[in-house]
Design a protein around this ligand. Structure first.
Ligand code: ZN
Length: 70
């Protein structure tokens, strides 16, 4: 299994195309950078609210998608 947390992009990883989105937690308003096609559910690191669910393609985002990150 992936040892690293989903949701934070590696600093120097190659980024083919718009792979990340910024999702604002609906409960605490914390903004998180989340992989746009998450393989696992992503929860808020502050309050634990669900931010994204895997769909096999682009994730289902449960918070507000503020912007994309190329
Ligand atoms: Zn939160």
């Amino acid at each position: 299994m992936a040892p690293e947390e989903e949701g934070l992009p590696p600093e120097n990883a190659p980024r083919p195309r718009a792979p990340f989105v910024v999702v604002k937690c609906k409960d605490c308003s914390k903004e998180h950078v989340v992989f746009s096609r998450p393989a696992t559910s992503v929860n808020c690191s502050i309050c634990g609210a669900p931010l994204a669910r895997p769909t096999g393609g682009r994730g289902n985002f449960l918070g507000e998608v503020v912007r994309t990150v190329a």
